[in-house]
Ligand binder design. Structure first.
Ligand SMILES: [Zn+2]
Length: 110
């Protein structure tokens, strides 16, 4: 299987009411920076948006990804994290390595 992607597409499509990032393999804490340039550090929790009342009122996530996508959310700043494709497939391809673009900090869209 050679479906591993991608250089330069690590910023997933943003949702109208949510900021969306991709989780690094093994990442457990939010690396979003606040306006002072400090890391948020909030825990990333598996987020069951279909049972989240507020999200159901909003509906963004379900519209974009369907009803049972795997999504994590920072408990602090509410940034959404999609699982790393290398991690969620359960396939650990040795040697493929981390791609350095994960280190990028994407400025908030205005
Ligand atoms: Zn955060």
């Amino acid at each position: 299987m050679a479906t591993t992607v991608t250089s330069g597409t690590q910023t997933p499509p943003q949702l109208p009411k949510h900021k969306v990032k991709i989780k690094k393999a093994g990442q457990r804490a939010c690396n979003e920076k606040n306006e002072k340039g400090k890391f948020c550090g909030g825990h990333l929790k598996h987020w069951f948006y279909t049972t989240d009342v507020l999200e159901q009122a909003c509906g963004d996530v379900e519209k974009a990804w369907g009803r049972d996508a795997e999504v994590y959310r920072c408990e602090h700043c509410k940034t959404l994290y999609l699982p790393n494709p290398e991690e969620s497939g359960g396939l650990n391809v040795a040697g493929s390595g981390q791609i350095s673009i994960f280190g990028l900090t994407v400025p908030p869209k205005k």
